[in-house]
Design a binder for this molecule. Structure first.
Ligand SMILES: *[C@@H]1O[C@H](CO)[C@@H](O)[C@H](O)[C@H]1NC(C)=O
Ligand SMILES: *[C@@H]1O[C@H](CO)[C@@H](O)[C@H](O)[C@H]1NC(C)=O
Ligand SMILES: *[C@@H]1O[C@H](CO)[C@@H](O)[C@H](O)[C@H]1NC(C)=O
Ligand SMILES: *[C@@H]1O[C@H](CO)[C@@H](O)[C@H](O)[C@H]1NC(C)=O
Ligand SMILES: *[C@@H]1O[C@H](CO)[C@@H](O)[C@H](O)[C@H]1NC(C)=O
Ligand SMILES: *[C@@H]1O[C@H](CO)[C@@H](O)[C@H](O)[C@H]1NC(C)=O
Length: 579
C-alpha cells in the first residue's frame, strides 16, 4: 500500500477522534435503548449436559459434515465419525504426514504442533469416493478414498470404534484447496462434483484466493480480496456464495477498516478469453449491512459465522453473526439476509475509483459495457476482453445488502464476551400456530444464547417492529472456552457445542425439566406450553395436542413477568388444598 495516499498517522488520529466518539456515543444510546431483553437473571443457568466427546485443544476440531445422526469431525491426523446419539466415536480414519514432510515443516520454523496433518476439507463425490484434504505439515494434500467392501464378519468386530473402510486411490498436492495452517479462516463448498475453496495458496498466507479447478481470483489484487477471513460458502441457483470479512478498499479516511462481504461466482464460469483463461469472469462482491439504524447507524462490521440457508416461511434466509472490531467497544449482533436481496445486490450499480486519490463512486450506467458483464453466460470464454476487464476492475457493488428488517435480530454490547457461532432450528410451531426460527448463538466464553424474534406490523407504519425474546443463556463450556461451531440434531433433541478440543451436547429444549407453570411460561420457548390439565410443561412437537386448544398456556409476545402472570394463581402452588 502506498503511504502517499494516506494522511500521516498523527493527522489521521486527530481527524478520527471526533468521528469515533460521535459514532460510539450515538451507537451506544441506540443500542442501549434497543436491547431490553438480555436479562442477567438468565445468565447463570447451567444446563444439563447430555454427552461429551473430549479431545485436546490442539486438535482444532472442525465439523466437516453432519446430518441428524452423525457428525464428521476433522482433527489432528484423524477424522472422527461421531454418533449424535451420546457423542460416541463410531469410526475414525487416520492420515499422518510423512516424516519427511514433518521435518521440512520444522526446518521452515514451524512449531511441533503445526507440523501435523489437520484435516480441513471433506466431500463425498457423486461416484461414492471421498475427497479429504489436510494441512499436511504446511504442505497441503488431498486424497481420494474409495470405499472398500467389508465382510459382515469383519464388521462384526465392532462394538468399539474401528477404522473406516476406505483405501487411497489418489494422493495429490492441494495448493489453493486447503489451508496451510489449521487456524486459518478458510471455507469451501462442494457443488456438482467440484470443490470451491476459499483459502490461501502459499505458506506465508499472503496469497488469498477463491478457487475451483483452473479458475481463481486475481493474485495479489487487493480490489478482489484484501486480507480476507472466510467464514462460509453456500451453493444456490447456479451460484456459489462466499461470506468473509476483509480490509475495505473503499474507506479512505480512516486508515484500516474491516467490512463484511458476500461474494459470488457462477458455477458455469469457464474463465475468460485468451490470457484471462484462468480468471473468474463472474466474481462480484457486496458489503453486508448489519447495523442499528439511526442518524448515525451503528455498524457491526466483522462477520464471524453463518448458518446454512434456512427456509423461513416464504423466504430463504442466511443468519449471520457479526462483531465490532477487537479495538472498539465489544459488541456483537445477529443479522439475517434474504438470499433474494443478496442476489439482487449483484444486479445493482458497480462501485469504482478513478485513481488511488479519488473517492469511490457508482459507475454511470452509460459506462457499463453491454451486455452487462459478470453475468452467468453459456460459455464465458467467448466474452469480450472489455467485459472481462471491466469485471476484473469493478468487482465491488455500490449498494450494501440490507439485513432483513433493516436491523439486527439480537445485539449484545459492552459485555465481556462476543458471539462466535450460530445454528438455527427453523420454523418451530408455537401454540398459536405461528412459526418461529429459534436461533442459538455461541460466544467466545462458552455460553449459548437462545432467542426468537417476534414481528408486529403496525397498520399505519412502514417500519416493522421487531422484538427479541431471549429464551435462555447457558454456560455450556467452561468460562473462557470459545465456541467454534454449533450443530443441531432435531431427531436427538440436541445442540452440539463445538470447541477446539471438545464436543458437548445439551438439550435443544427442556420443557419437561420444568415443573411449574411460572417457569414454563416465563421461558417463552415456542415449543414449550403449560398443560393446565396435567400440570406439566410439554414439548408441543412431541405431545399429542390440538394447536390452539384452551387447555394449554403459552405467552411469547409479552415480558417474562407478564407471561408468568397468566398462570392460575391457585391449585399447584398450595399442595394442601389439592387434597
Ligand atoms: C494435548 O496435546 C499436547 C500436544 O500434542 C500434549 O502434550 C498433551 O499431553 C495433550 N493433552 C491431553 C490431555 O491429551
Ligand atoms: C458414519 O457412521 C455411520 C454408522 O456406521 C455411517 O452410516 C455413516 O455413513 C458414516 N459416515 C461416514 C462419512 O463414513
Ligand atoms: C480467524 O478468526 C478468528 C475469529 O474471528 C480470529 O480470532 C483469528 O485470529 C482468525 N485466524 C487467523 C489465522 O487470522
Ligand atoms: C445500512 O442499513 C441502515 C439501516 O437500514 C441504513 O441506515 C444505512 O444507510 C445502511 N448503510 C449502508 C452502507 O448501506
Ligand atoms: C405483540 O404485541 C404487540 C403489543 O402488545 C402487538 O402490537 C403485536 O401485534 C403483537 N404481535 C403478535 C405477533 O402477536
Ligand atoms: C395509527 O393511526 C390511527 C388513526 O389514524 C391513530 O389513531 C394511531 O395513533 C396511529 N398509530 C400509530 C402507532 O401511529
Amino acid at each position: 500500500m502506498s503511504s502517499k495516499s494516506r494522511p500521516s498517522s498523527a493527522a489521521m488520529l486527530i481527524n478520527a477522534i471526533p468521528m469515533i466518539l460521535l459514532i460510539t456515543l450515538s451507537g451506544l444510546t441506540i443500542v442501549a435503548g434497543w436491547m431490553p431483553d438480555v436479562r442477567p437473571d438468565l445468565q447463570t443457568k447451567q444446563d444439563k449436559v447430555l454427552a461429551h466427546f473430549i479431545g485436546n485443544s490442539t486438535d482444532y476440531f472442525k465439523i466437516l459434515d453432519h446430518n441428524d445422526e452423525f457428525v464428521l469431525v476433522g482433527a489432528k491426523d484423524v477424522i472422527y465419525n461421531v454418533s449424535l446419539n451420546g457423542l460416541k466415536e463410531i469410526a475414525r480414519l487416520e492420515w499422518h504426514s510423512t516424516d519427511a514432510d514433518r521435518e521440512l515443516c520444522a526446518l521452515k520454523g514451524k512449531h511441533e504442533w503445526d507440523c501435523h496433518n489437520y484435516l480441513r476439507v471433506y466431500a463425498l463425490r457423486p461416484n461414492g469416493e471421498v475427497l479429504l484434504c489436510g494441512t499436511n505439515s504446511y504442505k497441503p494434500r488431498c486424497r481420494h478414498y474409495t470405499p472398500v467392501e467389508v465382510s459382515s464378519e469383519e464388521a462384526g468386530s465392532a462394538g468399539h470404534a474401528h477404522a473406516m473402510r476406505y483405501e487411497v486411490s489418489r494422493d495429490v498436492e492441494a495448493q489453493g484447496l486447503c489451508p496451510y495452517s489449521p487456524a486459518h479462516n478458510s471455507t469451501y463448498a462442494f457443488a456438482d462434483g467440484h470443490l470451491y475453496s476459499a483459502t490461501v495458496a502459499d505458506f506465508s498466507g499472503g496469497d488469498p484466493l477463491i478457487y475451483r479447478e483452473n479458475l481463481r481470483t486475481e493474485q495479489y489484487d487487493l480490489k478482489q480480496l484484501n486480507q480476507p477471513d472466510f467464514v462460509g460458502a453456500i451453493e444456490r441457483n447456479g451460484y456459489v456464495l462466499f461470506f468473509f470479512r476483509e480490509l475495505s478498499m473503499e474507506v479512505m479516511n480512516f486508515g484500516k477498516a474491516v467490512y463484511s462481504r458476500v461474494a459470488r461466482v457462477c458455477k458455469n464460469d469457464r474463465g475468460g478469453p485468451y490470457s484471462h483463461g484462468k480468471s473468474w469472469t463472474s466474481f462480484l462482491k457486496a458489503r453486508l449491512n448489519c447495523s442499528v439504524p439511526g442518524e448515525f447507524p451503528f455498524y457491526f462490521d466483522e462477520i464471524q459465522a453463518i448458518s446454512p440457508i434456512v427456509e423461513s416461511g416464504s423466504k430463504s434466509l442466511i443468519y449471520a453473526v457479526f462483531t465490532t472490531s477487537v479495538n472498539a467497544i465489544p459488541g456483537s449482533a445477529v443479522c439475517a439476509f434474504n438470499v433474494d436481496d443478496i442476489l439482487a445486490a449483484f444486479d445493482g450499480e458497480f462501485k469504482s475509483q478513478k485513481d488511488s486519490q479519488s473517492h469511490w463512486l457508482p459507475v454511470e450506467r452509460e459506462q457499463v459495457p453491454k451486455p452487462r458483464p459478470g453475468q452467468c453466460v453459456e460459455d464465458s470464454r467467448t466474452l469480450t476482453s472489455i467485459a472481462v476487464n471491466f469485471i476484473k476492475n469493478h468487482p465491488l457493488m455500490e449498494e450494501a445488502v440490507p439485513a432483513v428488517h433493516g436491523r439486527p435480530l439480537l445485539t449484545k454490547v459492552n459485555l465481556h464476551h462476543r458471539l462466535t457461532a450460530i445454528a438455527v432450528h427453523p420454523q418451530v410451531k408455537s401454540l398459536s400456530g405461528a412459526y418461529y426460527d429459534v436461533i442459538y448463538s455461541g460466544t467466545d466464553d462458552g455460553k449459548v444464547t437462545k432467542f426468537i424474534n417476534i414481528l408486529s406490523t403496525h397498520p399505519n407504519s412502514t417500519v416493522d417492529r421487531l422484538k427479541t425474546v431471549v429464551i435462555s443463556e447457558m454456560q455450556v463450556l467452561p468460562l473462557g472456552t470459545p465456541i467454534r461451531e454449533l450443530v443441531i440434531s432435531t431427531s436427538k433433541n440436541s445442540l452440539v457445542v463445538v470447541s477446539d478440543g471438545s464436543l458437548v451436547s445439551v438439550p435443544l429444549h427442556h420443557c419437561s425439566h420444568i415443573v411449574d407453570c411460572l417457569g414454563c411460561l416465563s421461558l417463552q420457548d415456542p415449543i414449550c406450553a403449560w398443560d393446565l390439565q396435567t400440570h406439566e410443561c410439554k414439548n408441543l412437537a412431541t405431545s399429542q395436542h390440538k394447536f390452539g386448544t384452551k387447555t394449554y398456556l403459552q405467552s411469547l409476545n409479552s415480558t417474562k413477568k407478564a407471561a408468568a402472570s397468566q398462570c392460575p394463581h391457585i391449585p399447584e402452588m398450595h399442595p394442601v388444598r389439592r387434597q
